[in-house]
Write a protein that binds this ligand. Structure first.
Ligand SMILES: [Zn+2]
Length: 293
């Protein structure tokens, strides 16, 4: 609406130039200039090219092995959706990873966190406030990460290994801070876009048509309008019929590492494998594209 109104304002000369500069600066601020990404909520990765490269790398790497995918749920714990999601996962005996927001963990939702963990799922850090961490000072970034780890630890006694940056936005400094806390950053390869509030059949089609071996599938558990809970049973049934197992991210990492080792792809530091851009760790060398072709 704001931009629409601007269209009818005509300015010429110096005023016009000043307005152009203002508009450029304004749009850079609100549209996350650091990552060339302008969707308002968790959606496509801001590092789209990077993700795309990784997506094709992962597909090539895993194309003949055992079939597995990782279901991930961001933005919880929500007290209205998480319970339903856990029940569906339990009914279909599927494991998943939940990326939690520190500020949503309170006395009431701690019980949900515990329930998720006790059901055998993995808990990850999705920041405390869901702000775009690349816009914060380094100290504030660390606080966001540490507060959330502490809240998860208090609720479920689990040390957190995985971090997913809000909006998929990260930079070197954020990755360094994540590593300082012994965590790895991870994005996703298949986006359900369930935050848009689409009907279940649209979500099912979107996930199933984009599936590949080793997929990391992004859902949310915060939105009443989304068809996530309704779509989930069908998605699990279809993927299981196609031969996929449902694993936590730590299991996902273990399987990918084993496949890489079995295929004899050189790993510079023994024991761990990191896909540049998807998994980032200062303690290990990134596995670069040329290793995968
Ligand atoms: Zn999010």
């Amino acid at each position: 609406m704001w931009l629409g109104r601007m269209k009818v304002i005509k300015m010429t000369g110096l005023k016009g130039w000043l307005m152009t500069i203002f508009l450029f600066l304004y749009s850079s601020t609100i549209f996350c200039s650091d990552c060339n990404f302008n969707l308002p909520y968790c959606g496509l990765s801001c590092n789209l090219d990077l993700s795309y490269k990784n997506l094709s790398n992962i597909k090539k790497l895993l194309n003949n092995g055992d079939k597995f995918v990782a279901l991930t749920f961001d933005d919880g714990p929500s007290d209205n959706r998480a319970g339903d999601i856990i029940s569906v996962l339990e009914n279909y005996k599927a494991k998943a990873t939940f990326f939690l927001l520190g500020e949503r963990i309170n006395k009431k939702t701690s019980e949900i966190v515990k329930k998720i963990y006790n059901a055998g799922h993995e808990l990850g850090n999705h920041s405390c406030s869901h702000r775009k961490l690349t816009l914060l000072a380094s100290e504030e970034q660390l606080q966001e990460l540490e507060k959330t780890n502490m809240a998860i630890k208090n609720a479920a006694e689990q040390d957190v290994k995985w971090f997913r940056p809000p909006y998929g936005c990260y930079d070197d400094n954020l990755i360094e801070n994540t590593n300082r806390l012994n965590m790895y950053s991870i994005l996703w390869t298949v986006d359900s876009l369930d935050w848009q509030g689409d009907k279940p059949e649209i979500l099912i089609e979107r996930v199933v048509s984009n599936i590949h071996n080793g997929a990391i599938i992004l859902f949310h558990d915060h939105n009443n309008k989304s068809g996530t809970v309704e779509a989930l049973p069908q998605i699990i049934k279809i993927l299981r019929k196609l031969g996929y197992e449902f694993v936590t991210l730590s299991e996902w990492e273990g399987r990918v590492c084993n496949i890489v080792k079995a295929k004899g792809i050189p790993i510079e530091e023994e024991g761990e494998v990191h896909f540049k851009g998807i998994l980032c760790g200062q303690r290990t060398k990134s596995l670069t594209a040329e290793h995968l072709y």
